[in-house]
Each structure stands twice: as C-alpha cells, then as structure tokens.
Design a protein around this ligand. Structure first.
Ligand SMILES: Nc1ncnc2c1ncn2[C@@H]1O[C@H](COP(=O)(O)OP(=O)(O)O)[C@@H](O)[C@H]1O
Ligand SMILES: [Mg+2]
Length: 558
C-alpha cells in the first residue's frame, strides 16, 4: 500500500493532542530526511542524535489529585546514557511523574531542566520535539494496522493533510531495528505479533521520533522472562549509544539487573537512592514498602482432603477455533494448591477460562464437588463457591467506570444484605466496601471513585478482596500477582495459603515459575495444550520444570 487516506482510525491517547489527518514526513524534518534516504543510509539521524542525550533534571515536582498527593516535591536527575530505574509500590506516583515529564500532565509545582536550562513541556509533542519519548504501561498500538503504519501514524510528528508514504518509511524502520539488534517486519499486522514484539515496536516508535530520553513505564509487566531478556538487550544497546532510559518496574530482580542507578519512591516522595551493585532485593523491598517484607512464602505442609475440582479429558478451542487445550485431566483437592506452570500461550489461559465458564468446552468434563458444571455460566459457578481471579483483570475482573464500592460487591450485589426484593441497599454496600478497603489496604481517597482511578495493584486488591471474602470451595487464581508490587504480593500470597489452610481447593496459574514453585503443593506443566507432567512440588527441581516447560519432556533429546 503506497498511500493511506488521511482519515484513518486512530489510537486514542488520553490527554494527547487530538489526532489529525497528517503526513509523517512533514512534521519533523529530521524524520522526513531519513525517510527519503531510507534503506541506504548508514548513520540514521535518530541514532546519531542519541549520542548527545541531554542531562535531565526534575526539581521539586509536586502533583495533587483530589484526595491524594501523587508527587510530593520529587527530585530526579538522569545522566546521559544511563539506565535509571524508578522503583516504588503501586500508586507511589511513578507514572504521574513520568506523565509530567512527557507533557501529559502539568505539575502543580517544580521545574524540569534539560542540559541545565529550564524547559516547559506542555504536551507530548513538546516532549518529543525535545527528544523525550515514552512507552506506556498499556500498549497503544492499533492491531489492524501494519508495524510501519503504527510507527509512522501515531499523531505527534504529523502536521498537515498530505498522504502518508508508509512504504518509504519501511526501509527506515528496517534499518533502525537492525541497528538496535532486532529484526521487525514492517509489513506485519500488529495484531498478529506477540506482546514482546509489540513492546519493541513501541520502543521503535519512540526512537523513530528521535527520542534521546526514553521513558519505559513498566515495560516488562506483561512479558515472559524470555521476552524480558530480549528487551533488556535492546535497552543496554540503546544506553551504550547514549540514550538515557528511565525504567519503571516493581520487579526487584529486574531493576537490579538492568539499572545503573535506582531512585525509590514511596507515597509520592523520594525515599532514597540505591546502587544496584550493593543493593539486595530485600533492601529494595524494605525501601519501597517502608517495612521488612518477606520475599519467600511462609507455608506449612498441606493436608489435602477430597477432590473438589475434577477436569476430565478437557479439550478447548481458542477464538479462531484451533484446539489449544487437548485432553487435559487433573484434580484439585480440598486444602491443596495445584499450580499450573508453562510458558505463556501453551493453553493455560484458555483452560482456566473454560473451567470458569468464560469459554466453551469442546469436549470433556468439568466436575465440581460431584456436580457436572461443564459449560456452566461464571455466575452459576460463583454461586457454587468458585472464586476467580482473572489474568486479564481489566477485561473480566472489574467494571472500571463503576465505583470501587460497587466493584467490591460485583458478585454478590443481587443477594441480601446488598439488595432485597430487587432494591439495592447502598448503605450495606458502602459499609462492606469500607471494611474491605481497610482490611485489604486498598489505596484510594474514596470508595465512591471509579475503579479506573486505582493503580494496577490496587485494582487487583479489589478483585482479591471481593473474591476472597465469600464462602468458597474453589479458588482459581490466574496470574494473581501480575503487575503488583512486593508488599501486595506478600499479602496476596498469604491470603492464598490461608484459603488453602481453611480447606479450600486452589488452582493457581502463573507465568512466574518461582511463584508456582513457592505456592504450590502439586505442579502440572502445560506444553502445547497438553498437561505433560504432574509433579510433587516438594521434590520437583526448578531446572526439571523449566526443561519440561521448554520442551514438553523431562529429558533433552539426544
Ligand atoms: N488521573 C488521576 N486522577 C486521580 N488520581 C490519580 C490519577 N492518576 C493517578 N492518580 C493517583 O495518584 C497516585 C499515584 O498514581 P500513579 O502515578 O499511577 O502510581 P504508580 O505509577 O507509581 O503506580 C495514586 O494514588 C493514584 O490513584
Ligand atoms: Mg504506574
């Protein structure tokens, strides 16, 4: 396709300038020149420019939202070519600070200096013009567009209504990605690519616009360990060429691995700097949370009872109709944690969705406490005492525009005391909500605010609070701690073990092998849709599990 009409649909980026019908080449002369010369050049202006990344300083930045001081006189300085990690609990104020740097929010107080001069960054276009690029926590790519269209389209650099020449940019995108040490097919449709590749496209998109300072807001939250290592290679290479990188994560091991310097934020304030050469995961956790945190799960042996959940020869198809779970059979007993390990995308997600009534079973049976519940609705399962913590919490777990209070009773609102004779009792809902908010330490100024205002970890706590506070027989937890900080992970792990000890059957799915190993009593391993092994967690070796996850077999073929 040589021409793209100017009125294409567009990713909505809240707060960013309204998308206009425009030309990639016209907005940014540097980019335009590079596009013209695409394919043949050896030194891309975007690469060359990065060698001169400015020193960046944020001084005494404050930002208040109703009921909360998100940033309280934060100082942050970034050196040219360094990877600077910003570490903090969910809701500490990291994204707010970076949104200020990227011109998405304006600070109430404080100033930003680039190479010693005070600058005003009033919009993302401003930020981009000054060489600051940002990759957001949630991807903003358009799945039905090609890689090149996504990189070139996107808003900011485009200024007037001329036709886009995507083809011409493809050469440049290829060249840029090769210079960074990874290959991307500019013609591929983004929706067909893995999240790991999509993440690289987001990085490429920022670099394409000439970013010399690159902000990555929790880039690894949704990546597999393998994808994370690959992104780290890219980041090291970029830093080596002079790009300054602000890396946000709450994964302590990652921060220790990648960062040159670490700044820790707690409740809107800088609580200190740490040197990755001397810091430990324990010391960082304590700085983040403000108290000692146990990074290992404290649990005694299980005393399992009768089978609660029995899955018999279950076959499940994905949205396109391909079989992704092929004949899985296993049981989960009362008082045990059965962990499903596997590289993401080996059928775990679909298996759990099928068990929870969110996906049709092709064949086989799901039996709960003696009742055949195959293809029962999630509401009916919930009534039978099944709790579900979904992997995709924004899709299944919460109604984001609804108040936090309502989200806390979402699976129960149609029962007394929350409603009687069809009439909702607001007072009862409010009361229960405030109990749960304090018991589960959900950080919000008010339960009346929409769930969308909560940070990711606090959204997860809302789901956990709601699901754990009912009478349960089975708890299905899919990635229960994904995107959550260490303090909350410790809390959720304790709750899961407490449920087990109270005699509830627990089915755990996690992409974090360490989490499966630490929590589970038995471990099932999924490989290409099949449950290829079931091991006793107390004797299973991590290496063996890793090998089975990677190959489907315990021994490497000769
Ligand atoms: N647009 C907003 N409106 C109201 N409150 C917000 C908004 N954005 C963030 N907050 C609040 O500001 C605090 C810091 O949030 P955030 O910067 O997203 O934290 P982090 O990125 O460290 O998890 C949180 O209490 C959050 O609920
Ligand atoms: Mg954030």
């Amino acid at each position: 396709m040589a021409e793209v009409p100017p009125n294409l649909p567009h990713p909505n980026q809240p707060g960013e300038p309204a998308p206009g019908p425009i030309s990639a080449a016209a907005g940014n002369p540097e980019t335009a020149a590079a596009d013209q010369a695409a394919g043949g050049t050896t030194v891309d202006p975007a690469i060359a420019a990065r060698a001169t990344a400015p020193a960046l300083e944020m001084r005494a930045i404050s930002k208040r939202f109703p009921g909360v001081v998100a940033n309280d006189h934060i100082d942050l300085s970034i050196r040219p070519g360094e990877i600077h990690a910003l570490l903090g609990e969910n809701g500490a104020g990291k994204s707010t600070l970076m949104n200020i740097l990227y011109g998405l929010l304006s600070p109430d107080e404080g100033e930003i200096l680039l190479d010693g001069a005070v600058v005003e960054i009033s919009s993302p276009s401003d930020a981009i013009a000054r060489g600051i690029g940002m990759v957001h926590q949630h991807f903003k790519l358009v799945p039905v567009f090609s890689v090149a269209e996504n990189i070139v389209l996107g808003n900011e650099t485009m200024a007037n209504a001329v036709f886009l020449d995507v083809r011409r940019s493809e050469g440049r995108i290829r060249a840029l990605s090769q210079q960074l040490g990874f290959e991307i097919d500019p013609e591929a449709m983004v929706g067909d690519l893995s999240v790991g590749i999509q993440q690289r496209i987001e990085i490429l998109k920022a670099l394409y616009r000439g970013a010399k300072v690159l902000i990555l807001d929790e880039p690894t939250a949704v990546l597999t360990p393998q994808e994370t290592s690959e992104i780290f290679l890219v980041l090291r290479r970029l830093a080596g060429e002079g790009t300054s990188i602000v890396f946000i994560s709450h994964k302590l091991n990652e921060v220790l691995e990648i960062a040159d310097r670490i700044t820790v934020i707690r409740r809107g304030r800088v609580v200190g700097q740490a040197d990755p050469k001397t810091a430990t995961e324990e010391s960082l956790a304590e700085m983040m949370v403000g108290r000692e945190v146990s990074l290992v799960v404290d649990k005694g042996p299980a005393s399992p009872g009768e089978a609660v959940l029995t899955v018999e020869d279950l076959t499940v198809a994905d949205d396109r109709g391909s079989i992704v779970v092929a004949g899985a059979s296993f049981g989960v007993r009362a008082g045990e944690i059965f962990g499903l390990a596997g590289v993401a995308g080996n059928g775990q997600e679909e298996l759990v969705e099928a068990i929870n009534g969110l996906r049709k079973v092709t064949s086989g049976r799901v039996v709960l406490g003696g009742h055949d519940v195959t293809n029962d609705s999630s509401r009916s399962l919930s009534e039978r005492g099944v709790a579900y913590i979904p992997g995709d919490r924004q899709r299944f777990g919460l109604v984001l525009p609804y108040p936090i209070e309502d989200n806390l009773v979402l699976t129960e609102y149609y029962h007394a005391p929350f409603s009687r004779f069809g009439v909702i009792n607001e007072r009862a809902i409010s009361k229960r909500a405030s109990e749960l908010i304090s018991q589960y330490d959900i950080r919000t100024p008010s339960g009346g605010l929409p769930a969308s205002t909560l940070s990711g970890g606090n959204q997860q706590k809302v789901i956990v609070a709601r699901e754990f506070s009912r009478d349960l027989v089975l708890l299905v937890a899919d990635q229960p701690t994904r995107g959550i900080d260490v303090g909350s992970i410790e809390f959720i792990h304790r709750q899961i073990v407490a449920k087990r000890d109270a005699g509830i059957a627990v089915l755990l799915v996690s992409a974090e092998l360490d989490e499966v190993l630490e929590l589970s009593d038995r471990i099932g391993i999924m490989y290409r849709g099949q449950l290829v092994a079931i091991l006793d967690a107390s004797t299973a070796e991590k290496e063996t599990i890793g090998l089975i996850m990677a190959t489907g077999r315990a021994e490497v073929p000769a």
